[in-house]
Design a protein around this ligand. Sequence first.
Ligand code: PLP
Length: 373
Amino acid sequence: MRVFELERYFSRYEFQAKYLLSASDCEPLSLSRLLESARPETLKRWENLRFNYTETMGDPQLREEIAALYQTLSPEQIQILAPSEGIYIAISTMLRKSERFIALLPAYQSLYEIGTSSGCKLDPVLLEAREGRWHLDLERLKRQITPRTRLLVLNFPHNPTGYLPSRAELDEILEIARKNNLLIFSDEMYRPLSYRAEDTLPSLADLYEGAVVLSGVSKTHSLPGLRIGWLATRHAALMKNFRIFRDYTTICSSAPSEILALMGLQNGKTRVEENQRRLGTNMALARDFCLRHGDLFEWLPPGGSSVAFPRWKGETSIAEIADRLISETGVMLLPGTVFDEGGQHLRLGLGRNNFPEALAVFEKWLKHKKISD
Ligand SMILES: Cc1ncc(COP(=O)(O)O)c(C=O)c1O
């Protein structure tokens, strides 16, 4: 398996950097804030918590709370696990050696690496920046399908571009998948974050019988350190196989994390709205910054998620800029090179409280440096 470039980059800098200008989560909550807003009965569960093993499917009350986020799912159709573990288990189970799969690129690396490293062939579909926006070419998607294609890997809203298709485009994708009998793995870690409420898409778990959805509390609910996410599907045979596989990874989730995730979800609407407001403010700042420095950046607006992926137009490579910026100012920037895309873009993370301050430090540095030095 190749190195997971993004995760190695973060592990190198994340805990030393003064400012994370490229993190994909929304401002992480403190324990005291989470407890403050907890329902009395959940607080009681927290106070009486024992550190035993937990149910392998996940805490029943937590699964009930999660099932209520979907139109058609029951708690039995939810499996709690860590989000990145969910990608590993689902894709390993859904693909058999020498089958082919389609994924959108650029992408969070595990969404294609798990498939390719287990001997399956990736037929990529590139998200393209044209006329100031991100586009997904559905004709290209159709052309990539072969008789051996089994799985379509989607991620809307998309990391790193923030791309969000329209409802009509999503319906067309589902039509293509249905016609070709494809399974879908739909990474919905950033749903329901979208810049216009009317753009938020329904979950594919509700729209497509052959879809397996990944979601979790890491991004939208400001609780990445809990390591709690879930797989959701109406496909009973796949769910059965996920549970068999899971006995070989972590068996069950952490007892304290499950209760804390329940607290977070019970207050989920308030938290998502708070994150959405901050994202709106920071997105406008990022856009204005890119427009002010139009010789160096092309702004490519995200439709949703907590990230944006503007184009870098400078002569010095963005990887070198990121290296110098962190060592001279403590601001961590994520160069597009970690997404296998040749360094034409950089990712900005819009979910943190100190984004305005971090961006101001970056701007001051840009103004005082001749970046071709
Ligand atoms: C698209 C996508 N899927 C899955 C994950 C994994 O989430 P976690 O880090 O909480 O395991 C991430 C994390 O950045 C992501 O961006």
